[in-house]
Design a protein around this ligand. Structure first.
Ligand SMILES: Cc1cc2nc3c(=O)[nH]c(=O)nc-3n(C[C@H](O)[C@H](O)[C@H](O)COP(=O)(O)OP(=O)(O)OC[C@H]3O[C@@H](n4cnc5c(N)ncnc54)[C@H](O)[C@@H]3O)c2cc1C
Length: 418
């Protein structure tokens, strides 16, 4: 059987795959995107970052997203579980933050819009197709996939984009996945009616409630529907031998800020449970292959950066591939440059996530100061500023240095989780 030939094959139609396919198809390249599910399908990851908007604009999908009337997110609130501390970041108030607002999205609808946009941009999208295996050689990549009837097919492409999310298709095939030893988490979440939100603009905020070693998110999806989830250590969950529903209820009922919001909440549908292990692949690229989004690395979702990183890496992957196709080579040097840039972007959030679970970080986080404009620097990071100027980067370094100092010689009030 002769393989069908494309410039690029993309595995996965989540935000990373759709973004990459859109950029490539809009540049006139032949793109085949294979997605194993039929959309719309449920997916978790509902709070977006303001800087995502620039990518929506470039891709030409912003009008469709605006027409979908997703709730607007102007800020993020963090509360200590016992209600003793809270802090709120409003994006437009940050001196280095260049995008003032984001969307909160139901992923079934959002991902479907992006996938349809990739198709209308010229990509060939096939749903119900599962990629099993790839082989790369000097001149081309061969991809084996199964259609929804279970029939096997073979495709050939100049480049392969792996945007298969946490399925990590090519990273697993090459044995590249490294799991973070201290971030082996589990998430329990669902959609609820009757959750109390703030009045006015703040009603669209993401709300994070930090308990000892665990945290809750509250993300408004519409006037009637709010996503609420809890992230905790998987080992602790297994040890406690409680059902996900029992542990979820027990935990929110132990926290004043959550009781205030959840007292009248009613679960819509089912409560979901998923493992939430942070990991990265030792390499983000292989011969003629680039991994984007979660297929490059996944981190605990506390700062809601996953969708943005998936689309941002998708854009950079598309650029590297387009230049390589233009040059008619395998793009080895450009692929390495891609890996370096994406790793550095992901590293900024890894650093934030790792520190989030430490008490000195939370102490400084709950005591934001505009001295040295550090609160503004954190605000920009929370909004998705990945390529800020040196003036921002040295402030973030200083912030983490202060976190270290706080651990040894506390200079802002200590916090207690009791
Ligand atoms: C509990 C939790 C909460 C989160 N909260 C947030 C949040 O608030 N904000 C945020 O930005 N991010 C959040 N995230 C992260 C976010 O979900 C991901 O980072 C984001 O979806 C990554 O996009 P992606 O395109 O890389 O992968 P995905 O969105 O996972 O898309 C991958 C696609 O590939 C398809 N696929 C997989 N294997 C194959 C195969 N073999 N063949 C063909 N297709 C395949 C899948 O069906 C899927 O559609 C959260 C994650 C978790 C676990």
């Amino acid at each position: 059987m002769e393989a069908s030939r494309y410039d690029i094959v993309v595995i996965g139609g989540g935000p990373g795959g759709s973004a990459t396919a859109t950029y490539l198809a809009r540049a006139g390249r032949s793109v085949l995107l294979l997605e194993k599910e039929h959309f719309p399908r449920f997916h978790i990851g509902e709070s977006l970052l303001p800087y995502n908007r620039r990518l929506f604009e470039e891709m030409g999908v912003l009008p469709a997203l605006q027409a979908a009337a997703f709730p607007r997110k102007f800020g993020a609130q963090f509360h200590l579980g016992n209600g003793s501390k809270s802090v709120k970041f409003v994006f437009r108030e940050g001196r280095f933050t260049r995008e003032p607002e984001a969307f909160q999205v139901e992923r079934a609808k959002f991902d479907h819009l992006l996938l349809q946009h990739a198709a209308s941009s010229g990509a060939e999208v096939r749903e119900g197709w599962t990629v099993n295996k790839f082989t790369s050689a000097r001149d081309a990549v061969t991809i084996q996939a199964r259609d929804s009837e279970g029939t096997s097919h073979s495709f050939e492409a100049a480049f392969l984009i792996d945007a298969s999310g946490r399925s990590n298709v090519t990273g697993n095939q090459e044995g590249l996945r490294v799991i973070h030893p201290h971030l082996k988490k589990l998430a329990v979440f669902g959609h609820f009616a009757g959750v109390r939100l703030d009045e006015g603009e703040a009603g669209g905020d993401t709300i994070i409630v930090r308990l000892q070693n665990k945290w809750f998110w509250v993300i408004p999806l519409s006037a009637e529907k709010v996503s609420v989830g809890c992230v905790m250590d998987q080992a602790e969950f297994v040890q406690n031998r409680e059902s996900p529903a029992d542990v979820f209820t027990r935990l929110w009922q132990s926290s004043q800020p959550l009781i205030e919001r959840m007292a009248n909440a009613k679960l819509l549908g089912t409560l979901h449970t998923t493992s939430d292990f942070s990991y990265y692949n030792r390499r983000y690229v292989s011969q003629r292959l680039l991994r984007v989004g979660d297929a490059a690395g996944f981190m605990d979702p506390i700062f809601s950066a996953g969708v943005y990183l998936a689309m941002y890496s998708g854009k950079l992957a598309a650029q590297a591939v387009l230049q390589s196709l233009e040059a008619g080579d395998d793009g080895e040097r450009r692929l390495r440059a891609y890996e370096k840039r994406v790793r550095s972007a992901m590293q900024s959030y890894w650093q934030m996530v790792e520190h989030f679970y430490t008490t000195p970080f939370m102490e400084l986080f709950f005591a934001p100061r505009e001295k040295f404009k550090l609160a503004s620097a954190v605000n920009a990071m929370l909004a998705g500023e990945l390529e800020g100027p040196w003036t921002l980067r040295w402030r973030m370094r200083l912030f983490f240095w202060f976190v270290k100092v706080q651990g040894r010689w506390p200079f802002v009030p200590k916090i207690s989780f009791d």
